[in-house]
Write a protein that binds this ligand. Structure first.
Ligand SMILES: C[S@@+](CC[C@H](N)C(=O)[O-])C[C@H]1O[C@@H](n2cnc3c(N)ncnc32)[C@H](O)[C@@H]1O
Length: 252
């Protein structure tokens, strides 16, 4: 089957958002990943720090939800420069979907400082020179993210911003249902706060994507997910996207 216009648009957009039209993305499994990450994402112009394969996974989840009529909006908790959420909005546009929204949730001030007693690994990473000075705790302003949406012609009523810490914004967010919930807040509490506030809004048949489930060097994201799944007796299979990112489908 030749690619459709939607395929061609989303494929090109994916390359633009990841900065891979001209350059190659760093390999998440390369021991020198941090240097590559700094050069490609932090000092570069990519609008998402997620690798191509994770954009493919997001597209797969959204298109499955559309194909099977799984009701609800799309939400990413932790957006940095907004590229993944721009991609989510573009998928809706490519399929001419006008009755679903994309929620863009972030402090727009970067990662919160973890409690050093409860989360020593995260606290050490948070205080490191690389995180504080080079990554600036991943702080990107709401204005910059809005400007990037607008640059692609995708800033409209179907895009909603939730500005602030997840624990404050997500429980009261005026969201009825979610078809895709994407978590990329890195830390234990950011992950737990998101799951606690939003998991029950994920429709049966909907998807939960955990960007950092496989990251053990500097976050307790996996522990938060495992704790939540155990507490809620969730046994749906965790499916690997790459060594860091996993997702599951809520049973229908
Ligand atoms: C790794 S970045 C997200 C990368 C992004 N998904 C992308 O496509 O490039 C983590 C983001 O989570 C946000 N964040 C983490 N914990 C948060 C919290 N508890 N409340 C609000 N924002 C949070 C940070 O501000 C940062 O923008």
């Amino acid at each position: 089957m030749p690619p459709t216009a939607a395929d061609l648009y989303l494929d090109l957009l994916k390359k633009v958002l990841t900065g891979t039209l001209a350059g190659r993305e760093p390999d998440v499994d390369d021991p020198a990943y941090v240097e590559g990450f700094l050069a490609h994402y932090i000092r570069g112009h990519a609008l998402t720090m997620t690798p191509l394969v994770r954009l493919d996974n997001a597209r797969h989840c959204v298109e499955q939800a559309l194909a099977h009529g799984v009701p609800g909006d799309l939400l990413e908790a932790g957006v940095w420069r907004g590229g993944m959420t721009i991609f989510l909005r573009a998928i809706l546009a490519a399929h001419r979907v006008t009755d679903r929204r994309v929620w863009v949730a972030d402090s727009f001030e970067g990662l919160p400082a973890p409690d050093a007693k409860k989360f020593p690994l995260e606290a050490r990473a948070h205080a490191s020179r690389t995180m504080a000075e080079d990554f600036q705790h991943f702080a990107v302003s709401e204005a910059d993210v809005r400007a990037s949406f607008a640059a692609f012609g995708l800033l409209d009523d179907q895009v909603r911003f939730l500005v602030g810490w997840f624990k404050d914004t997500l429980p009261a967010a005026p969201i009825d249902r979610l078809a895709v919930l994407r978590l990329d807040g890195d830390y234990y509490e950011s992950t737990m706060d998101t799951l606690t506030a939003l998991y029950d809004k994920v429709s049966p048949g909907g998807f939960v994507i955990i960007d950092d489930y496989g990251e053990r060097l500097w976050t307790y994201c996996r522990r938060a997910v495992d704790d939540f799944r155990r507490a809620r007796s969730i046994t749906a299979e965790l499916i690997k996207v790459d060594t860091k990112c996993y997702f599951w489908q809520k049973p229908a």
